[in-house]
Design a binder for this molecule. Structure first.
Ligand code: F6P
Length: 324
């Protein structure tokens, strides 16, 4: 392998730049050429490439977003789109590719590899942490800290006005951000898709907390929560059933995807970037690099997207005990 391409794809995540930097520098270290692809698979189809040297990635380790930009490509889902993509790779003499992204991006990678047998290594980059084969995805730690900081601020005003706040956090179909930010920010209740305990339980818990002297509360709701009500409907439901509560809603939204990456995400991105290049140079393909017990490992990309995810039961128990 002489020339490696790198792209960021799907929803951006803090630490993607640190991962790009790591891939580029590892290529330079091992004497391989490196090419950046703009806007993920969109740029691959359009041939929107840029040569990257070790100096192209100066001063980006601390930057949020992605210098290569990102997109969710509809055209790459078509055979014609993927054919164009392959032509561009051939024309530019690229013989391996690193895809930094989440499950949508990895699904594209698996299909592309099956069709063209093109060497690809995945790096998990998403705030959702919903990828099998790694304890942490790049961006998750930063997003968690951003969510906790925001909820801390909401707590100040909730407390001043004796209010109940419903705070919606991101995470798509996974409750990692909600559960961990909820525990970290001391939420009264945490609603996650993996555990639907029903709305009666929430009402009971809120009633109890009033009885035991709490004057304000925070309920963290994962965007993928399966209670059957969205965050505004939940707030209305509580207002109707517990008129003693003055309820407000705050949806944190895309601010969770921005900001300077945490040290954890920078280190993780640096480690996974190096490993991805080493695997490609070693002739490996169809793998995703990840972290397990603080060791860098690799898993088949297919397994990474089909392996599912499980929520930490011990943490759920801790969260219950903390609301006493
Ligand atoms: O996958 C990252 C994520 O931020 C999810 O948490 C969220 O559901 C989704 O992307 C939002 O996507 P978009 O930026 O396209 O609105």
């Amino acid at each position: 392998i002489k020339k490696i391409a790198v792209m960021t794809s799907g929803g951006d995540a803090p630490g993607m730049n640190a991962a790009i930097r790591s891939v580029v520098r590892a290529c330079a270290y091992y004497g391989a050429n490196c090419v950046g692809i703009y806007r993920g698979y969109e740029g691959l189809i359009e041939g929107d490439f840029i040569e990257l040297t070790a100096r192209s990635v100066n001063n980006i380790i601390n930057k949020g977003g992605t210098i290569l930009k990102s997109a969710r490509s509809k055209e790459f889902r078509t055979k014609e789109g993927r054919a164009k993509a392959f032509e561009n790779l051939k024309e530019n003499e690229i013989d391996g590719m690193v895809v930094i992204g989440g499950d949508g991006s990895f699904t594209g990678a698996v299909i592309f590899n099956e069709e063209y047998n093109f060497p690809i290594i995945g790096i998990p980059g998403t705030i959702d942490n919903d990828i099998f084969g790694t304890s942490h995805t790049i961006g998750y730690d930063t997003a968690l800290n951003t969510a906790v900081e925001a909820i801390d601020k909401i707590r100040d005003t909730a407390s001043s006005h004796n209010r109940l706040f419903f705070v919606e956090v991101m995470g798509r179909d996974a409750g990692f951000i909600a559960l961990n930010a909820g525990v970290g920010a001391g939420a009264e209740e945490i609603l996650i898709p993996e555990e639907n305990l029903g709305l009666d339980r929430m009402l009971e818990s809120l009633k109890k907390s009033r009885r035991t002297g709490k004057s304000s509360s925070i309920v963290v709701v994962a965007e993928g929560d399966k209670s059957g009500k969205n965050v505004y409907e939940l707030a209305k439901y509580v207002e109707e059933n517990l008129p003693e509560y003055d309820v407000r809603v705050s949806v944190l939204g895309h601010m969770q995807r921005g900001g300077s990456p945490s040290c954890f995400d920078r280190v993780l991105a640096s480690r996974l970037g190096v490993k991805s290049v080493e695997l490609l140079l070693d002739g490996q393909t169809n793998l995703m690099v990840g972290l397990n017990n603080n060791e860098v490992i690799s898993t088949s990309i297919k397994e990474a997207i089909t392996g599912g995810h499980s929520i930490n039961q011990e943490l759920l128990r801790v969260s219950d005990i903390m609301t006493t």
